[in-house]
Design a protein around this ligand. Structure first.
Ligand SMILES: *Cc1c(COP(=O)(O)O)cnc(C)c1O
Length: 446
């Protein structure tokens, strides 16, 4: 457990004077293109607390965007990283390899859905994993087209910008984008014309009809889907959609890629969100929660697909860096020892009743969704009017920040308020955070 006392302490305004001074330095030194959600400068973190430069202790409901699932500076991660930096820091796996890379790949092959023969490859970021999954699917199938979804988010590199749906801030004036990317409607029960029941009945048909008419199955290398859409608004597809889509892909020789960069590694109450959907993806991309905060990403998939690539077709200087691998082994060890998948379900059980009670009182909470410790509310005008309440969402977020609760929003329309607490946060701390959130919401919604 973290040595940091697990409670909120506010000794200055948020942000405090030291953070403000650092933020002035940021303006003079860092590209304006690198935005900051809450300009408190962090000095230490652990459990569910971030300690800032002014000595404030903030409650963390963001985990650095679903990364520090095992907690910040988690003990097993720290031990293994310290040992590894003592031993060696880099050789480049493609030059002279090391066992830690194999250890991580073995874990990925074992923990991802399906008991078929698998292989993995390691990279540095989620976007890089997605790029490689697309490269692999194209090479294996000899086809070019890739289908992605409305509200999808897959990264900020050129190919992944093309896969990502939202213009601002991710794509605006950054084109031209990579070719042969096709976008189809998301299975989005809350906003499906006709409502959730129609969504369940219709979304597969809409998607496959569109692919057939506009792409042609035989041209289609891959369909890439987040089993719960992350940045796009924590959208949980209609029941059965993911499974039937994966089956349809299999019928047509299309590689089904589950982008589990945000949903993976116990976040949703299982090792991977595909498990809830009873889906065994052909390829699965991982990053974020995999290594307790160090940059690491993976592509894991069917051996015949992963092994179809010519030698040296995949790789990169830092991919599977030994320190990042050591961190991943520490993070995975923690997830197993502490059964963090179960912990994520407990987090859901703490959050949902509170969110439902708030929704009883506020019609602006149009939808409550997500799984495990990946939960969100979608804010709308209310009273049957589903117009996105983006202003309200931003105000709630600001109110939370001012009270020392680190929160995140998301959604194509910026009207989704999301909860991604570290699974190392105690029940008491989560409850304290929920109290702050509730007050922040009431203050904003009136
Ligand atoms: C964050 C994210 C990515 C991109 O990961 P980076 O490490 O930021 O490159 C890709 N896919 C999903 C689903 C994500 O949430």
């Amino acid at each position: 457990m973290s040595t940091i006392e697990q409670r909120r302490i506010l000794s200055t305004a948020i942000p405090g004077p030291r953070s403000e001074e650092l933020h002035r330095r940021k303006a003079a030194t860092v590209s304006a293109g690198v935005g900051v959600g809450l300009p408190v400068y962090v000095e230490r973190a652990g459990g569910g607390i971030l300690v800032d430069a002014d000595g404030n202790q903030l409650i963390d409901f963001g985990s650095g965007i679903a990364v520090t699932t095992v907690g910040n500076a988690a003990p097993h991660v720290v031990e293994r990283v310290q040992q590894q930096v003592d031993d060696f820091t880099h050789t480049c796996f493609m030059v002279t390899p090391y066992a830690e890379y194999l250890d991580v790949c073995e874990q990925l092959n074992e923990l991802t859905p399906g008991d078929h023969d698998k292989r993995s490859a390691l990279f540095n970021s989620g976007a890089e994993a997605v790029e490689n999954a697309v490269k692999i699917a194209r090479h294996y199938t000899g086809r070019q087209a890739v289908v992605a979804f409305d509200h999808g988010y897959h990264g900020r590199t050129n190919l992944t910008m093309a896969l990502t749906a939202k213009n601002m801030p991710y794509k605006h004036k950054f084109g031209p984008f990579a070719g042969e990317i096709y976008r189809v409607p998301a299975s989005y029960p809350f906003r499906w014309p006709g409502g959730p029941a129609d969504c369940a009945k219709e979304s597969l048909d809409v998607v496959t009809t569109m692919i057939h008419a506009q792409v042609g199955e035989e041209n289609c290398a891959a369909v890439i889907l987040e089993p719960i859409q992350g940045e796009g608004g924590f959208i949980v597809p209609a029941p059965g959609f993911v499974k039937s889509l994966a089956e349809w892909c299999a019928e047509h020789g299309i590689v089904f890629i589950a982008d589990e960069v945000q949903t993976g590694f116990c976040r949703t109450g299982d090792w991977f969100a595909s498990e809830h959907e009873e889906v065994v993806p052909d390829l699965i991309t991982t990053a974020k929660g995999i290594a307790g905060g160090l940059p690491l990403a993976g592509v894991t998939g069917r051996a015949e697909i992963m092994d179809a690539i010519h030698a040296s077709g995949l790789g990169g200087t830092y991919g599977g860096n030994p320190v990042a691998c050591a961190a991943a082994l520490g993070a995975i060890e923690t997830m197993k020892e502490e059964d963090l998948a179960t912990r994520a379900r407990q987090v859901e059980a703490i959050f949902l009743p509170r969110l439902r009670a708030l929704a009883e009182r506020y019609p602006q909470i149009g939808d409550i969704r997500g799984r495990g410790a990946m939960l969100a509310i979608e804010l709308v005008n209310g009273g049957g009017d589903l117009t996105p309440a983006s202003e309200l969402t931003a105000t709630v977020n600001r109110n939370c920040h001012a009270e020392g609760l680190v929160t995140l929003t998301c959604g194509t329309y910026g009207n989704v308020f999301r909860f991604l607490p570290p699974l190392s946060a105690s029940d008491e701390l989560l409850t304290e955070g929920l109290d702050i959130f509730e007050a922040a919401f009431e203050k904003a919604a009136g």
